[in-house]
Design a protein around this ligand. Structure first.
Ligand code: BGC
Length: 559
């Protein structure tokens, strides 16, 4: 007996198959990818050197975390100049060459559009600081008078995602304490006022600037955040702050951007980072004239449990409809998959409204177990219909680096929480390319990396893993190589009945079986098992699927 995934939402309009529908997109966190000029910080020259390895892995595109001019208080998610590459990463001409090189290798290039907020160093914000309350310059941001007789109380009780109040008070030009500005994140990241037409016009121009250079699309940072409720009333209770997120006006913005992207001969692509309490609401962002896709974080926040994973898959498929989900198991904001799956799994899954919840879990880690499960999870996600986003280093099975010295930590979450939250530095440590040398091949000059690499990093280097047929890298290679031929672009998956803590489904010509148990489990005679194509863990015995393992088979057709 089989069960089908739920039907797509009724308002979904059938769309032709686009390049991204079944693509694998490699997320490049530039400052930690590869360091071409040996100053300890990754850059475009390093990325250019490493691009062939991304193409060889079998990826179709790269998503480049923000590389615009920035004071780097939130490592590029605080942009000072939207039309200029940060000098630490190279020049605009280096970027042009990189796009051309990526295209020659068959890789599309996506950039990161951080338009909810900018940096306090942005020229507009500096002008706003110099201008009077109520001026047009202030109206591009969200400035308010404080409460209380001397205005010393923030305008409302909203809290920053990074901890502490979402408001910072400025000193006016006359030296007196003045108005407050709103920042959903760090105080260095003032939110734009998207109700001001200047802002929308400016970003149309920024999008065109990069599209005209050949960029193929954008990942939209906090895409549910651009508009705030008009009243910005106090949040009552401790729940999700609806006033900060998911306001109806945001859809007009995506219609505008989609029309702009579609006006190019090869339409441009937008994928949104959207954290909502209910995945079902994603569909509103994916109407045929809005975003092309949205990240599905349902799998990322799940524990290693078959029924939770299956529910997340069904919910993601139903919510995305014809857009298909943009799945991901990790990114630069959460603890790495190997670590998460090596931790206690019986706890509550993190909340989908807490964007960094998956970066808060602590506790003992069984690394070999976590690595085995991370490889199996890759086998699961790469068998699903839709796009897969692969965060750099996940293909190496890198664990989270918990043992960073306090003085080296840089994440504003760490800074704003006075060290009570570790934050996200541990998934951003510069990549190991070789098993030897002072920076494991991250750079050739040996300059200290911007976050220190642990001594054990060499075990997970690309060179080490290339020599090992059972490494995460080898597993990813096999999976990526087999994926299209086996599953094709079939948009449906058919669940098969499976024993406890197992998932089995068919799609296209393939049959995917995942064993979440810590013991091997016999394969079910009732499944249409053809030849074994690839498996994420060794120990395959005829008729058995190893513990914490995913295996792909060809479907056996009976005549
Ligand atoms: C990005 C984070 C960033 C935040 C503020 C996020 O969702 O992924 O890395 O800190 O937006 O821009």
């Amino acid at each position: 007996m089989t069960t089908k995934t739920p039907d797509p939402p009724k308002d979904a309009v059938a769309r032709a198959r686009a390049w991204w529908h079944d693509a694998v997109v490699y997320q490049v966190y530039l400052r930690s990818f590869k360091d071409g000029d040996s100053d300890g910080i990754g850059d475009l020259a390093g990325l250019a050197e490493g691009l062939p390895s991304i193409a060889a892995l079998g990826c179709d595109a790269i998503w480049l975390s923000p590389c615009y001019a920035s004071p780097q208080r939130d490592h590029g998610y605080d942009i000072a100049d939207y039309r200029r590459i940060d000098p630490a990463y190279g020049a605009n001409e280096d970027f042009d060459r990189l796009v051309a090189r990526a295209h020659r290798l068959g890789l599309k290039v996506l950039m990161d559009m951080v338009a909810n907020h900018c940096s306090i160093d942005h020229a507009w914000f500096q002008q706003a600081l110099r201008s009077a309350p109520g001026s047009p310059e202030r109206a591009r941001f969200i400035f308010r008078d404080g409460q209380g007789a001397d205005g010393a109380v923030p305008p409302n009780n909203w809290e920053s995602v990074f901890g502490g109040p979402a408001w910072t008070r400025i000193t006016e030009a006359d030296g007196q304490p003045g108005q407050w500005y709103y920042h959903a994140f760090d105080a260095g990241q003032p939110d734009f006022n998207w109700r001001n037409p200047d802002v929308a016009d400016e970003f149309d121009d920024v999008l065109r600037f990069w599209f005209d250079k050949g960029v193929d699309g954008f990942r939209i940072d906090v895409a549910h955040g651009h508009f705030k409720s008009t009243g910005m009333d106090d949040l009552v209770g401790n729940g999700h702050n609806y006033g900060m997120w998911d306001q109806p006006e945001v859809h007009g913005l995506y219609r505008r951007w989609r029309a702009l992207g579609d006006s190019y001969p090869k339409p441009k692509y937008f994928v949104g980072e959207i954290w909502l309490p209910d995945t079902g609401s994603l569909g509103r962002y994916l109407r045929s004239d809005e975003l092309n896709q949205a990240f599905d974080f349902g799998l990322l926040i799940q524990l290693w449990d078959s029924s939770r994973m299956r529910s997340a898959i069904d919910a993601g498929m139903a919510a995305s409809g014809d857009a298909l989900p943009a799945w991901t198991l990790a990114n630069h904001d959460v603890h790495r998959a190997t670590t998460r799956y090596g931790q206690e799994q019986s706890l509550e899954a993190p909340s989908p409204t807490d964007m960094i919840a998956a970066a808060r879990r602590l506790g003992p880690v069984d690394l070999p177990l976590g690595l085995r499960r991370a490889k199996a999870a890759a086998g699961l996600v790469l068998a699903l219909p839709g796009t897969v986003y692969l965060y750099q280093g996940e293909e190496l099975g890198l664990p989270e680096v918990f043992d960073l010295p306090d003085q080296s930590r840089q994440d504003p979450i760490w800074v704003r929480s006075n060290g009570s939250e570790l934050g996200r530095d541990g998934c951003r440590v510069p990549l190991p390319w070789r098993d030897d040398g002072p920076t494991f091949g991250f750079n050739e000059g040996g300059a200290q990396t911007w976050l220190p690499q642990p001594t054990w990093f060499g075990q997970f280097s690309r060179a080490t893993e290339e020599r090992d047929p059972e490494s995460a890298l080898s597993v990813y290679r096999f999976l990526l190589a087999a994926r299209r031929a086996l599953f094709g672009d079939d948009r449906d998956l058919c669940w098969l009945n499976a024993p406890a803590q197992m998932l089995a489904f068919t799609r296209g010509h393939g049959l995917c079986v995942v064993n979440f148990n810590d013991e091997p489990v016999p394969l079910d005679d009732g499944w249409p098992l053809g030849d074994l194509v690839t498996t994420t863990s060794n120990g395959e015995r005829a008729g058995v699927i190893p513990a914490n393992c995913t295996s792909w088979f060809r479907i056996r057709h009976t005549s």
